[in-house]
Design a protein around this ligand. Structure first.
Ligand SMILES: [Zn+2]
Length: 126
């Protein structure tokens, strides 16, 4: 059985367990999130690289952080190509999130322009 790295989104700690398991955090008693990182790969990372990955995971699983900031962090601060390939699936998800944000932004812009047009129409009437 291959061991993978699991992440606790509450306390931000990482743990290892068999892939496919659903372990819970020994600190928080909530379910851990299975990452795409294998234990042997993880063990090869330096402490700084592990901290960086935890920061990336924190961004990924935090709802109030923007997806574009995460993408920037992944592109600029990835410790190795190995990590990049491991997170290829995550990047696809991020691209999807960014696409969604563009749609929201487009709707917002259209509504703003419509609002301005309505206000201008009312002003010119008086
Ligand atoms: Zn925890």
């Amino acid at each position: 059985m291959e061991r993978k790295i699991f992440y606790c989104k509450q306390c931000g700690q990482t743990f290892s367990d068999n892939a496919g398991n659903q372990p819970e955090c020994p600190n928080c008693r909530i379910g851990l999130i299975e990452t795409e990182i294998y234990k042997p790969t993880w063990d090869n990372y330096t402490k700084e690289e592990k901290d960086e990955i935890r920061a990336t995971l924190k961004e990924k699983y935090s709802v109030d952080k923007s997806a574009s900031a995460l993408k920037e962090q992944l592109l600029q601060g990835s410790p190795s190509n190995d990590l990049l390939s491991g997170m290829a699936r995550d990047i696809k998800q991020i691209a999807h999130d960014i696409h969604f944000m563009y749609i929201v932004l487009a709707v917002y812009v259209v509504l703003t322009v419509l609002g301005i047009l309505i206000i201008m129409g009312q002003l010119s009437r008086y």
